[in-house]
Design a protein around this ligand. Structure first.
Ligand code: HAM
Length: 424
């Protein structure tokens, strides 16, 4: 056992998985940038106040935050999510509205690690500030849906709900508190604790003993104002127009306190149910104000990169790419030629690698085979003398030809472009 290893819930991501991560983010960027979103890169660390406004009553903030006092006596926290950071950035910089931003990067929550749940996990997400139009809710939910489709995922379920306007949500919360308090004896000890902090979250309980009390609880539908009911109806009708299937889930309350109106979640078909939320989001009209800005509507979602890739594995889609190189240079004349030829190829926009330490021809050829290159470029004393190289096909068979150094770049380029067409 090495003396140092990653902390629990934290992982190294090595190739080819790291290449897959980068592609994942690229596919996401392509989908959302085509819809007018621009990237924001907020810092990993913020004043703790930015996150405590997200909701003191949530586990994410009250139990799971990595916070500490820095050398300047500032109480700071590693971000547990990025919606609050985006709103803080809006208040700080006041970009023109509507502001459509996307982001990616790690977040930190001190949770109990297990498959699909880590202490450092990555998300991709979007947020829009300054728009109340339910058409935007539809756009946002659809972009997440289209992104999963672009990855090739088929078993995704979309669940949607509305928590109504703040006053509706408040009246509903009060009614739930009354109901659950009346039936306190029938609730699990865990739900009794949850009830004290946030009656809405009791609806989330999956414990069988809570089920009868929950199913007899007041229903959010009876608390909507006209505005909230109309908004929700417009969202449902928009999704139907786009042919995006969804399930209405009136118990979908989400784990953060800032939500108003629309909430939604994408669930994967194959992960354990506790970890099957691939992503989620909703409206948070009010959060910008809580962070000291003007009253500004907001909506967005975040998708868990780690969990979505697990779902891809389970469905056998969006696999890790095989290693690919155009050429691998084998030089048995001392290594100087390898330096020059790899540099020439790379400057011509081709990918090339080589062996080091002046190893034997046999061991360099082994390295060439392992490299994933299309061709080996072999330079021995004869080739050095005649200013040529031997090109050996590493994929199709053992064909080899001698070509002049002068023609090398063109020959490799031709092979590389024919092959990349074959791969696509
Ligand atoms: P969230 O539901 O807390 O929402 O997280 C979104 C997604 O991040 C989850 O569905 C899950 O895939 C992933 N995730 C969360 N915690 C972990 C973990 N410990 N390990 C692995 N993956 C995890 C938010 O973060 C909100 N900021 C979403 C949002 C954006 N709402 C409005 N705008």
């Amino acid at each position: 056992m090495p003396e140092f290893q990653t902390s629990p819930g934290m992982r190294d991501v090595l190739a080819p998985e790291s290449t897959r991560w980068r592609r994942f983010v690229q596919v996401f960027a392509d989908v959302v940038e085509a819809a007018g979103y621009e990237q924001i890169i907020p810092p990993l660390l913020e004043d703790i106040g930015v996150f405590s406004r997200v909701g003191e009553a949530t586990d994410v903030v009250s139990k799971e935050m990595y916070d500490f006092v820095d050398k300047g006596e500032r109480h700071v926290a590693l971000r547990p999510e990025q919606t609050a950071s985006v709103c803080r950035a809006f208040v700080q910089h006041r970009p023109t509205l509507p502001w459509k931003a996307w982001y990616t990067g790690p977040n930190f929550r001190y949770e109990k690690p297990q498959r699909g749940r880590y202490r450092q996990f990555d998300q991709v997400g979007i947020e829009v500030l300054g728009v109340t139009d339910p058409g935007l809710d539809v756009e946002i939910i659809a972009l997440g849906w289209r992104f999963f489709a672009a990855l090739g995922l088929r078993q995704v379920t979309l669940r949607i709900n509305s928590l109504g306007e703040p006053a509706d949500r408040q009246r509903f919360t009060d009614a739930l508190r009354d109901h659950f308090t009346t039936h306190l004896d029938e609730l699990s000890p865990e739900s009794r604790v949850t009830l004290e902090r946030n009656p809405l979250r009791v609806l989330d309980s999956k414990r069988p003993e809570d089920a009868p009390v929950i199913s007899a609880a007041p229903r959010i539908d009876d608390f909507y104002s006209d505005t909230a009911a109309t908004h929700f109806e417009a969202v449902r009708s928009g999704l139907t127009s786009l042919g995006i299937p969804f399930v209405r889930d009136e118990k979908l309350v989400r784990g953060l306190d800032y939500y108003r109106f629309t909430t939604f979640e994408y669930a994967g078909g194959t992960l354990d149910s506790a970890q099957n939320a691939l992503g989620g989001g909703g409206r948070y009209d009010g959060l910008v104000e809580d962070l000291g800005g003007p009253s500004t509507p907001g909506i967005g979602f975040a998708l868990g990169l780690d969990r979505t890739l697990l779902a891809c594995d389970d469905e056998g889609v969006f696999g890790a790419p095989a290693r690919r190189l155009d050429a691998f240079v084998v030089d048995t004349t001392g290594g100087e030629q390898a330096i020059v030829v790899t540099d020439t190829l790379r400057r011509a926009g081709l990918s090339a690698d080589r062996a080091y330490e002046g190893r034997s021809m046999k061991s360099q050829m082994k390295a060439a085979d392992r490299s994933g290159a299309e061709v080996a470029i072999i330079i021995g004393p004869d080739e050095l003398a005649s200013e040529s190289v031997v090109l050996r096909d590493l994929r199709g068979g053992a064909d080899q030809v001698t070509v002049s150094r002068h023609d090398l770049v063109d020959r490799v380029r031709t092979i590389a472009s024919t092959r990349s067409k074959d791969h696509s």
